[in-house]
Ligand binder design. Structure first.
Ligand SMILES: [Zn+2]
Ligand SMILES: [Zn+2]
Length: 176
């Protein structure tokens, strides 16, 4: 969707747009899969010298748990605010230090493409270490059993293994 900033009426302008994963180029082949359409809600408030643009995006990502390696779906509702100011040659983006995600953007032309902004919001929302649930027990490092579903004889040997490693470490230190 191209927003023509010149043609916006003063005050509040509101738009809704749905993007498909294919349209955004965010199908498979990354560390996440966009597993739904992206519903966006755009509010552009035009005043004399700038446009305050609030972009809300709702979508579902299929992620891989960093502990148990199982895939899971998570719903995201992201909201980013941009302050658009006219009068610069290039488009510059600046993230503020505020807790809220606020970007100041300068635009050379009056046309603003919303699609790259939606894409960026999605990519930035992907967690560094996704967890299927906060208390995911992970995989056994010895036999690979998923501790969320199964138990194995190594579950209670953790301290024992640690102790053995400690012994090895002591020996290797002595050898130095
Ligand atoms: Zn997990
Ligand atoms: Zn095990």
């Amino acid at each position: 969707m191209i927003l023509n900033l010149e043609k916006l009426k003063p005050g509040r302008n509101e738009f809704w747009r749905t993007y498909s994963a294919a349209e955004l180029g965010l199908g498979k082949g990354r560390d996440f899969t966009l597993n739904s359409d992206v519903e966006t809600h755009i509010v552009a408030i035009k005043s004399k010298n700038n446009v305050k643009l609030t972009l809300e995006a709702s979508y579902t990502l299929r992620l891989t748990c960093s502990r148990c390696l199982e895939e899971f779906d998570r719903k995201f509702d992201e909201k980013v605010t941009y302050y658009l100011k006219a009068g610069k040659e290039e488009v510059i983006e600046e993230k503020s230090l505020a807790e809220e995600d606020i970007f100041t953007m300068y635009y050379a032309t009056e046309e603003l493409d919303i699609k790259p902004l939606v894409r960026e919001i999605i990519i930035l929302s992907v967690p560094m270490k996704p967890l299927c649930k906060p208390d995911c027990k992970g995989l056994c490092p010895v036999c690979g059993v998923n501790w969320n579903y199964e138990t194995c004889e190594h579950m209670h040997q953790k301290t024992e293994i640690d102790a053995r490693w400690k012994k090895l470490l002591e020996i290797s230190t002595k050898l130095k």
